[in-house]
Write a protein that binds this ligand. Structure first.
Ligand code: 3NM
Length: 207
């Protein structure tokens, strides 16, 4: 299935088991029912799963995305993209190069994180489907996150690249999500506002 990229970025939920204090499949199912527009399986950092356990959880989450017709994007794991027939892959600046990924996956969604102009200038933006810009606000979810770059970063990118699909990330919650869109992003991506929500449906509705 192919997905139009900008609408898919609108409410882009990211999660791995390390972000969850209950069954990740239940959390994803609730989020899918509530109207997320894309999902990224990001099994990364302290206490994350590896090898077979990572694959098995991936199969469950992939199936939920198929059921709800939501793009399933894998964070930085080419083998898992292939094994799960993911719709796309998201990488950071220090991960596998976008040039290699585009050769391996001519038709899949490729997303790339960019935090500053140096990174933008070094990146083959013509080969990516979207960029993740952040961290917009400060976050404790990603232990090695850089300092918050603020809404100005979205404004700068939007001015320089009027048509590039952009999703904001980092510290986005129900109170500040609309400011990210107003600054020029096509959508918002988020982890803890959903994984730690008392009521996932309400959180997604408010976003
Ligand atoms: N990447 P929360 S910030 C996975 O800046 C991730 O590239 C970031 O989690 C970046 O929505 C981040 O809980 C964590 O702040 C986002």
């Amino acid at each position: 299935m192919s997905f139009p990229i900008k609408p898919s970025l609108r409410k882009y939920f990211i999660m791995g088991s390390q972000n969850c204090d209950r069954d990740p499949a239940e959390i994803l199912e609730a989020a899918a029912k509530a109207g997320i527009t894309a999902f990224q399986y990001r099994e990364k950092g302290p206490a994350s799963l590896t090898s077979n356990a990572k694959l098995e959880l991936g199969k469950q989450l992939r199936a939920i995305c198929k059921q709800y017709q939501i793009p399933f994007i894998v964070n930085d794991d080419v083998e898992l993209v292939e094994l799960l027939d993911a719709d796309g892959i998201h990488v950071g600046q220090d991960d596998q190069s976008v040039e290699e990924l585009r050769l391996a996956f001519p038709t899949k969604i490729i997303g790339l994180s960019v935090s500053n102009m140096d990174e933008v200038e070094r990146s083959p933006l013509d080969l990516v489907d979207y960029i993740g810009a952040g961290p917009i606000f400060s976050t404790t979810t990603k232990t090695d996150a850089k300092a918050a770059v603020g809404l100005e970063w979205i404004q700068t990118l939007r001015t320089q690249f009027p048509t590039l699909p952009i999703v904001g990330i980092g510290g986005i919650n129900t109170m500040n999500a609309s400011s990210v869109l107003q600054a020029g992003a096509d959508g918002v991506s988020f982890i803890s506002v959903v994984t730690q929500a008392e009521d996932i449906a309400v959180a997604i509705e408010e976003i």
